[in-house]
Write a protein that binds this ligand. Sequence first.
Ligand code: ISJ
Length: 247
Amino acid sequence: MKKIRISAVSYTNTKPFIYGIDHLAVHDKIHLSLDVPADCAQKLIDDRADIGLIPVAAILNLPQWEIVSDYCIGANGAVNSVFIFSDVPVQHIKRLQLDPQSRTSNNLAKVLLKSYWKLNPQLIVNADDYSASADSDTAFVQIGDRTFGKKNKYRFAYDLAEEWQRFTSLPFVFAAWVANKPISTEFMAEFNNALKYGLDSRKALFVELPHREDFDIEDYLMNRVDFNLTANKKQALHLFLDYVKAL
Ligand SMILES: C=C(O[C@@H]1C=C(C(=O)O)C=C[C@H]1O)C(=O)O
């Protein structure tokens, strides 16, 4: 049987899902690659993958798409790995560098700047000095493991899932399992079950993960990232896509 090509996020937030896939028979039906979120999205857009854990903002670039699982990378309030890091309060940011690995959070930052904070800093894509500007008016968006332990290194760290919740009173969905073509319901049920198994096995996974003094990975994967794609999260997802379309 031809293997289903799956691109998943290479960050710690996806490790529970990978644990589930690696421990169940669905593993043998899959060709799995781990990529930064922007590449997960591009693989699905270019049809180099059949299913991806893709940044939801990239859904808008897919001619055909379907959410194929009950699970996601989401948050109910602060997620603790998606920030605008800044040396000045958001009102004083003049330039904002976007994260080359992100699609959703860059757009979330744009939505919050426009509609919540009502600010209009210059946005910089692919900055040469990304995340290391000497200029204190220049802030940056950053996602994933590169943010671990950095929260107290900048005078201001705006958690974008928390700011979104302040703005809309809703949770947020960063990435969802999306297919770009019809996939059999039998396979999707087996895959969904593996994702659930991974989430249910988080305690066993923690034994394998490296300990960090500067970041509480267990709290992150048990309490900050919220993996259930609930009705509330779907509502938030559609609202977010409407905001992105209006940018
Ligand atoms: C919470 C996170 O969610 C992520 C953020 C994404 C984005 O901004 O495009 C995409 C996938 C997720 O991994 C994170 O990576 O820290």
